[in-house]
Design a protein around this ligand. Structure first.
Ligand SMILES: *[C@@H]1O[C@H](CO)[C@@H](O)[C@H](O)[C@H]1NC(C)=O
Ligand SMILES: *[C@@H]1O[C@H](CO)[C@@H](O)[C@H](O)[C@H]1NC(C)=O
Ligand SMILES: *[C@@H]1O[C@H](CO)[C@@H](O)[C@H](O)[C@H]1NC(C)=O
Ligand SMILES: *[C@@H]1O[C@H](CO)[C@@H](O)[C@H](O)[C@H]1NC(C)=O
Ligand SMILES: *[C@@H]1O[C@H](CO)[C@@H](O)[C@H](O)[C@H]1NC(C)=O
Ligand SMILES: *[C@@H]1O[C@H](CO)[C@@H](O)[C@H](O)[C@H]1NC(C)=O
Length: 467
């Protein structure tokens, strides 16, 4: 899964004079954006965490520790309560699988599968159709009432079709309850790519959300990794056409990713926008109320129309809708519990549009991932990597005997094995085994503890800023 941070040089046509005029300006803003993005990205994840943790002295040894950021936040007098009451939080996961990560999907789904939650899966094209067909058939024939394959749409990464597809997934998921036998409405929506990998079991992720709910007594909370300083306004100074909107798969699938989105016109009203363009990473955790608002209400629809010709709309649309509303803007917590790395002092920068593949540099990233408190890391490219196995046992805290048992029954191949998922389901339905996928106060893993601490710090900080 790739998404553009900004259009590459190749996206600028040289035949249109009105566009040429803007090239200089664009390249200047690109350079500026590049620097801004670089600066910002070093501050994400552990940088942010260290700021929050610094007050308690439990600062981790981070690769990117930050000293210049002042945390003169007062933590006293907060209208927050910490309770230990167990909330039954349910999650709707949307997994978008692309050609480049189809081979990772069996293990991802198996690790993420839980009988309490609900799943929507979209296979982007051009995936290996025979492989996709066999997966879809296996899931449909198997007994998995909480996994829903959403109808295929042709997508242009960084185009509006990606936003439409996310909205489709939300709409589908709103129709289904979470869980297989013990069903309930889901509370949170999490959007994932096939190259993400869980650092916490879904049961433990729900626990962290439960902790948030018990602290603020309001389920309308959203987690988005915001870019506080960015210069993306040039993105709406030009008009782009998403080939996927032709609804002709031949047109859109034959468009190479780099060629798909080219500016076709200068926006005639570019100086008249009466709303701020915000930017966030496209991976998010949204509350059910928010998902209902985004899929049903008038303001988000107007915004959607406004973003149709904007490049990289997936990075801007959702956050701009929410930040532009006085009610919703205060529901955003600026951290999405996603571990992503774009730069590293010891690695050459490969691309401005793709984060590092963590499994190719396990040694460099391990400590940072370990301390991150995140629920997912991305991105992964290797099937059944050593890193995944280490994460399962040392971070997610899964029982190795049980894992061995699970994976021994099937050999993971390129093709999907429904037996693996069935066996996981069988484990989860067995009370004595389910506990190995769900931490208890007495078996709190280091990572879950770290994640809970992060959530508390995030909420505490939010209230100290708002109040
Ligand atoms: C597509 O998937 C099938 C398994 O379903 C596999 O045999 C085949 O090699 C795959 N093709 C490509 C091009 O990866
Ligand atoms: C949702 O997740 C996918 C990854 O599957 C990502 O590419 C996309 O940009 C995300 N957000 C939106 C708004 O579509
Ligand atoms: C929860 O927060 C939302 C958004 O701020 C607000 O509209 C709603 O009234 C709150 N609900 C309760 C029960 O306080
Ligand atoms: C811009 O938006 C604000 C807030 O919605 C509104 O009050 C104002 O009238 C708008 N300005 C124009 C020129 O439409
Ligand atoms: C792992 O699970 C097995 C059951 O398959 C159990 O007997 C064993 O005690 C568990 N190990 C740990 C460390 O919890
Ligand atoms: C969890 O973290 C807190 C402080 O960060 C620490 O006091 C506690 O011992 C930790 N518990 C476990 C089980 O790691």
């Amino acid at each position: 899964m790739s998404h553009y941070l900004f259009p590459s040089r190749g996206d600028m046509p040289n035949s249109r004079p009105n566009v040429v005029m803007f090239r200089r300006i664009i390249f200047t803003s690109l350079a500026f954006t590049f620097l801004t993005v670089l600066c910002f990205i070093t501050l994400t994840v552990n940088g942010t965490l260290n700021i929050w943790f610094s007050r308690s002295g439990s600062t981790s040894e981070s690769l990117f520790s930050l000293s210049s950021f002042d945390s003169d936040i007062h933590f006293e007098n907060l209208r927050l309560r910490r309770s230990t009451s167990k909330l039954d939080v349910r999650i709707a996961y949307f997994i978008q699988v692309s050609t480049s990560n189809l081979h990772l999907f069996p293990r991802l789904l198996c690790n993420l599968y839980d009988t309490e939650h609900v799943y929507a899966v979209h296979f982007d094209c051009p995936c290996n159709q025979s492989a996709v067909d066999s997966i879809v058939k296996a899931i449909e024939l198997g007994n998995f009432p909480n996994i829903h394959i959403i109808p295929h749409e042709t997508l242009t990464y960084s185009g509006i079709s990606l936003v439409l597809n996310t909205l489709s997934a939300m709409t589908v998921l709103l129709k289904y309850p979470a869980g297989t036998s013990n069903q309930k409405e889901w509370d949170f929506f999490i959007n994932l790519s096939g190259s993400d990998y869980p650092l916490l079991t879904p049961c433990d992720q729900a626990k962290v959300l439960g902790e948030a709910l018990s602290m603020i007594h309001n389920s309308t909370i959203n987690f988005l990794q915001m870019f506080e300083h960015h210069d993306s306004d040039y993105r709406r100074s030009l008009l782009y056409l998403d080939p996927a909107l032709t609804m002709n798969s031949l047109v859109s699938e034959n468009c190479k990713e780099r060629e798909a989105l080219k500016p076709v016109q200068v926006h005639p009203f570019q100086h008249n926008f009466n709303f701020t363009l915000y930017k966030a990473e496209a991976w998010m955790i949204l509350s059910r109320e928010t998902v209902k608002y985004l899929t049903c209400e008038s303001f988000p629809r107007w915004m959607l129309a406004s973003f149709v010709n904007t490049v990289s709309s997936p990075e801007h649309y959702f956050v701009t809708v929410l930040k532009s509303s006085s009610i919703w803007k205060n529901t955003i917590y600026p951290f999405a519990f996603r571990y992503v790395r774009w730069i590293h002092p010891k690695l050459p920068r490969v691309s401005t549009q793709h984060p590092f593949e963590l499994d190719l540099h396990e040694d460099l990233f391990w400590d940072d991932i370990y301390e991150s408190g995140c629920w997912f890391a991305r991105k992964f490219s290797q099937q059944d990597s050593l890193l995944q196995s280490r994460i399962d046992s040392e971070i997610a805290g899964l029982n190795s005997t049980l894992l061995k048992d699970l994976f021994q029954s099937v050999t993971l191949e390129k093709s999907f094995s429904i037996e693996l998922l069935s066996k996981k389901k069988q484990f989860l339905e067995d009370r004595s085994l389910r506990k190995y996928f769900c931490s208890s106060p007495t078996s709190l893993s280091y990572h879950l503890n770290r994640s809970l601490e992060t959530m508390r710090a995030l909420i505490t900080r939010h209230f100290s800023v708002i109040i």
